[in-house]
Design a protein around this ligand. Structure first.
Ligand code: ADE
Length: 220
């Protein structure tokens, strides 16, 4: 899976190269390719933004540098995901859809926004990571890379993905490790029973109970 990130802050994307994603990169299952939009700026001052037509505060990212950065990838069939608070709210289902792709282009906005014509021309999906406003799309792009990258085959063991939160529309059941007794709280006896069927049943019940209590909206 190749992630191409169109950004004014390519170094920011390094933050995602840890843990499982780093292993995916080291194993050749994932590539992270930040493309610096400023390298495609319109003049020697490396300008990539301009004043908004119609007036208003802040600067808007110009369409030409973004378009040229996109064209340099030569991936006309790839999805182009624009990270924006006005997009569809990202979730596990969308992560699974994106994980089917070979190349994913992530477009990070900055300043007060980007020229609408670049959105109309190249963007296939507008994605938000939640109802709040970040200073730019880079953190959101890293959220998408992390959530999608871990679903790429062989980055994480399939057993680990099978029972995690949202995989079956429910939150995850509680997990325990040693010590058996932590400050008077003991590990539930059923988990020590060696009864795999009973343990699986207990875990399903706990997953449902946790979902009812913490995220009843998932059951509607
Ligand atoms: N850019 C700024 N805020 C964002 C958000 N909430 N989600 C995705 N991209 C963003």
């Amino acid at each position: 899976m190749n992630f191409h990130i169109l950004t004014l802050f390519p170094e920011a994307i390094d933050g995602v190269k840890h843990s499982m994603i780093k292993r995916g990169i080291d194993d050749g299952k994932i590539t992270i390719n930040p493309v610096h939009i400023r390298d495609f700026a319109i003049n020697s001052r490396r300008q990539a933004d301009d004043y908004p037509y119609g007036g208003g505060a802040g600067m808007i990212m110009r369409p030409e540098p973004i378009y040229d950065a996109y064209k340099s990838l030569n991936l006309s069939q790839a999805k182009v995901v624009f990270l924006t608070p006005s997009g569809r709210v990202f979730n596990q289902k969308i992560a699974q859809e994106f994980a089917q792709e070979t190349d994913l282009i992530l477009l990070c906005g900055h300043y007060e926004g980007i020229d609408q014509r670049i959105v109309d021309e190249i963007v296939t999906d507008e994605i938000s990571i939640g109802d709040f406003v970040l200073t730019g799309g880079e953190l959101a792009a890293m959220v998408v890379i992390d959530a999608v990258g871990r679903l790429v085959p062989d980055v994480i063991k399939p057993e680990s993905l099978a029972h995690e939160s949202f995989s079956d529309g429910l939150l995850e059941y509680p997990q325990y490790t040693r010590p058996y007794d932590f400050m008077g709280h003991k590990v539930p006896e059923i988990l020590l029973s060696g009864h795999h069927g009973e343990i699986a049943k207990w875990r399903s019940e706990k997953a449902l109970e946790a979902t009812r209590r913490k995220r009843p909206d998932l059951l509607m």
